[in-house]
Write a protein that binds this ligand. Structure first.
Ligand code: HEC
Length: 188
């Protein structure tokens, strides 16, 4: 019996120690990237399913409800939001720091970085920050392109009177996903 009594506290101790260790930046970056991918996947599949079954107008309403709700959710302690240099929903407007991230991302893309491989990570104000670019693909044009169907354009205009997020082409840099997670305080 004895070893079991010893083993249990030891196991608990090593768990507590592991939880206190600050993970290496690569681990953090891949965690943040995973949270971004999960959010992107949910957004995309919700959007595409609604587009196919009910059309763009209903999809706008879905997006209007789903996207802000998703931003409130946490994935493994990460919160994921979206922002852009050309905003549709003013709630997604970039603050000074996010503007800086957008500029940096744009700069790196212009210098040949591949969107899928491009990640910016940072530590700031007690938080880990991981950002990935959002690029325009063909299905996005129905609501972000230059020739938006009139009923769709009207619906967008009624929901977002200050919409700046149109006129895009396939392959354009649309914005960024930003994942944030509070850094653990180290007790030493
Ligand atoms: C059915 C219409 C529709 C389609 C298709 C669509 N979007 Fe959007 N998009 C919206 C709406 C509506 C919002 C505002 C959501 C909100 O209120 O947060 C939005 C917001 C965004 C935002 C947040 C920044 C902002 O301007 O508020 C990004 C980034 C974005 N869309 C990228 C994309 C990309 C990339 C695609 C293609 C994969 C896409 N969208 C396809 C309707 C659409």
């Amino acid at each position: 019996m004895k070893p079991i009594f010893f083993m249990l506290p030891m196991a608990l101790c090593s768990m507590a120690l592991a939880a206190d260790l600050r993970p290496a930046p690569e681990t953090i970056e891949s965690e943040g990237t995973k949270a971004i991918h999960a959010t992107a996947k949910t957004l995309k599949s919700t959007l595409m399913t609604t587009m196919k079954s009910e059309g763009a107008i209903t999809a706008i309403s879905t997006c209007n409800i789903v996207a802000p709700n998703l931003a409130q959710e946490q994935i493994n302690g990460w919160k994921v939001s979206r922002t852009s240099q050309k905003i549709r929903n003013p709630d997604n407007a970039a603050d000074a720091y996010e503007k800086h991230l957008l500029e940096e991302m744009k700069h790196q893309l212009e210098n040949g970085a591949k969107p899928d491989e491009l990640t910016i990570s940072d530590m700031r104000h007690g938080q880990y920050v991981v950002a990935k670019p959002i690029m325009i693909a063909k299905p996005c044009l129905a609501c972000h392109g230059s020739n938006i169907d009139k009923p769709v354009a009207e619906k967008l205009q009624s929901l977002y009177p200050n919409d700046h997020a149109t006129g895009y082409s396939t392959g354009d840099f649309r914005g960024i996903f930003i994942a944030r997670k509070p850094m653990k305080i180290e007790h030493r």
